[in-house]
Design a protein. Structure first.
Length: 122
């Protein structure tokens, strides 16, 4: 059975996974801003109705609240997906570092060729 040596590469891997995480963060940020805008619109309609200057329909204000909360929940989901993608990338990097360390330890424990003296004399 051949040895696995793919863990010796040092450059970052999975560029598409990194791009997907970045897109999730950007899309989640846009959703968060849209949700905050809708919630702010509902608050302004409530203040305008309370002040008496505008007769905003309460149905429209409640729909803004409903859609705003729903969009904020979607933004939260996008941030969670981006976090999971980042977690997978870090898991792979840490696993690769562990494999490199174990390979270094294993190579030090292999028998040395004849004529090579040990580091520490007994």
């Amino acid at each position: 059975m051949a040895r696995i040596t793919s863990f010796r590469e040092t450059q970052p891997r999975y560029p598409m996974l990194r791009i997907a995480g970045l897109i999730c963060v950007l899309f989640g940020s846009l959703l968060a801003l849209a949700g905050i805008g809708l919630l702010g619109c509902a608050i302004l309609m409530g203040l305008a109705k309370w002040g008496g200057s505008i007769a905003a329909p309460p149905f429209f204000a409640w729909m803004c609240v409903l859609y705003g909360v729903g969009i904020e929940f979607g933004a939260l989901q996008m941030f969670v997906v981006a976090g999971l993608l980042q977690l997978m990338i870090h898991l792979e990097e840490n696993t690769r570092a562990t494999a490199q360390a174990v390979d270094t330890i294993r190579s030090r424990m292999e028998p040395k060729p004849e004529g090579v003296e040990p580091f520490f004399a007994a």
